[in-house]
Design a protein around this ligand. Structure first.
Ligand SMILES: [Zn+2]
Length: 160
């Protein structure tokens, strides 16, 4: 069960991603989420679960990929023993490598059962949030704030 269900991402190749040319040269921010995230803490072998949000600023001469591919990428890198700091980077770096965007952001908000179910027995609402910013999403405070606002709206299920 561990190998088949929990550690699969360690033994399988990343999902095959069909990339398309950005024919319309779309160059505005795209934000997708929440992407369900299920993983296992590498230190305590306890579940980590939560949501990921991904922001992409496509490059006119880069690639675009189908929206469901972001879910598959998150699933792949979550399906192994993880620490959230590495997970957010692995997802971000893989998307950058695959699509060569102008900017990218990944934000993960997750419950760590090693903290809620044992040890300090924190509230089940206690989450860890971290982000990975790359390119223009790293350098532009305006883009960062647009991304975070969209994450909030998506988190609330607010269709805007
Ligand atoms: Zn842990």
């Amino acid at each position: 069960m561990f190998v088949e269900e929990l550690l699969q991402g360690r033994y399988t190749a990343p999902p095959r991603i069909t990339e398309f040319e950005n024919v319309e040269a779309y160059d505005q921010l795209i934000v997708t989420g929440p992407v369900e995230l299920r993983s296992m803490c590498a230190h305590h072998l306890m579940p980590i679960y939560g949501s990921a949000y991904i922001g992409i600023l496509p490059s006119a001469d880069g690639k675009i990929i189908g929206l469901s591919k972001y879910d598959r990428i998150v699933n792949h890198f979550s399906s192994r023993l993880q620490i959230q700091e590495e997970l957010v980077k692995q997802i971000g770096q893989y998307i950058v490598k695959t699509t060569q965007p102008l900017g990218l952001a990944v934000r993960i908000s997750a419950v760590h059962m090693c903290k809620t179910q044992r040890g300090v027995r924190a509230s089940h609402r206690s989450r860890m949030v971290n982000s990975y910013y790359w390119g223009s999403l790293s350098s532009s405070p305006e883009l960062k704030s647009e991304f975070l606002q969209e994450c909030l709206a998506l988190d609330r299920g607010n269709l805007g």
